[in-house]
Design a protein. Structure first.
Length: 89
């Protein structure tokens, strides 16, 4: 919620034709952090770091980093619109 409040106060307003995103910036960062923790945990606990599940976890993390980077660029260019914050949170 703190990230979303910061974003609503500091990001430039989106252009009228900006694409509406499904998730808030805070939700994207939260998912990225959870995925990183899971990938690191697997790396530190499996017997074989070359195991397929380790590769899949780190590949998924890399995809999320790419997605986050694209979102950050779109927000900076005012080409993305974040969902409105819910008032009941």
């Amino acid at each position: 919620m703190a990230v979303d409040l910061w974003a609503s106060a500091h990001l430039p307003p989106p252009r009228p034709d900006a694409k509406l995103r499904a998730e808030t910036l805070g939700a994207v960062i939260d998912r990225l952090a959870r995925t990183q923790v899971c990938a690191y945990h697997l790396l530190m606990t499996v017997d074989d770091v070359a195991a397929p599940q380790v590769h899949v976890a780190w590949h998924r993390l890399a995809e999320l980093v790419d997605d986050y980077t694209a979102l950050a660029d779109a927000l900076a260019q005012r080409a993305a619109r974040l969902p409105a914050l819910r008032e009941d949170l």
